[in-house]
Design a protein around this ligand. Structure first.
Ligand SMILES: CC(=O)[C@@H](O)[C@H](O)COP(=O)(O)O
Ligand SMILES: NCC(=O)COP(=O)(O)O
Length: 246
């Protein structure tokens, strides 16, 4: 079965626009659970632009679904993850000035440091996931350092689709397909995510090696019009439909 992880970061973005206690990311997570989500993803950015430390405390204390904590590979974040021991830790590249996560982690360039960095997280019982592009050298490096999971960055595929750049979109999709195959062959669990929408989820969900999709911004956007539960149920329906065609 293809799992759906719901990313609740942008519930916090709306809350932080006013400094009120609402909308509450934990309440969103509880609605996601009731709507059939398999997990919750939250990205504790170094600049705390959306999810805060208190949100992570609250999620860890009250969430029943597995928590996938996205974070940069810094000493501060490692200490937070070791304190909470979430189900999964997904390491992502972060640039303070970026609007959203640009590209994947350069595991190949930072292999020795990342191998040391993930060792205590693994020992603490968290599944370590690396958010990477589909380039073979990144996937091979992820396997060498002992990550359990790679999450393939679908952002470029989604952006090309939105911009109507069909040839580039299809080339990116082919790269993701080959990346998923290679990662699976190397014994990595394969996840995918970033920028996925109702229109772009099908060609990703159909890839049989992919076990989990993490989707946030579009679901929170759609929730403004249909409610979060309905947005999640429709996404699940489209994922299941694509899988049934495989
Ligand atoms: C790593 C990733 O894809 C998500 O965390 C996504 O980036 C949501 O957070 P931002 O919108 O802050 O990038
Ligand atoms: N890792 C990807 C994620 O959690 C969700 O990304 P997005 O759907 O908010 O772009």
């Amino acid at each position: 079965m293809l799992r759906l992880g719901v990313n609740i970061d942008h519930v916090a973005t709306v809350r932080n626009a006013r400094g009120t206690p609402w909308p509450d990311p934990l309440r969103a997570a509880q609605i996601a659970e009731a709507a059939g989500a398999d997990g919750i993803t939250a990205h504790l950015r170094e600049d705390r632009r959306h999810i805060t430390d208190a949100d992570i405390d609250n999620l860890v204390a009250h969430l029943r679904l597995p928590l996938n904590l996205e974070m940069a590979a810094t000493a501060e974040m490692q200490a937070i993850a070791l304190r909470h021991r979430p189900h999964a830790v997904c390491l992502v590249p972060e640039k303070r000035e970026e609007r959203t996560t640009e590209g994947g982690l350069d595991v190949a360039k930072d292999e020795a440091r990342l191998a040391d960095y993930i060792a205590p997280l693994r020992e603490a019982g968290s599944r370590v996931s690396l958010f990477i592009g589909h380039e073979p050298r990144q996937i091979e490096a992820a396997a060498r350092i002992g990550a359990a999971v790679v999450e393939l960055h679908t952002g470029a595929y989604c952006d090309f689709d939105t911009e109507g750049r069909i040839a580039e979109r299809d080339a990116e999709l082919e790269g993701l397909k080959r990346g998923a195959e290679l990662a699976h062959e190397l014994g990595l669990e394969v996840h995918a995510g970033h920028g996925l929408t109702f229109d772009t989820v099908g060609p990703i969900a159909i890839m049989p090696q992919i076990k989990e999709l993490n989707i946030g911004h579009f679901l929170i956007s759609e929730a403004l019009f249909t409610g979060l539960g309905e947005a999640i149920r429709e996404m699940r329906r489209r994922m299941d439909l694509a899988r049934s065609l495989d």
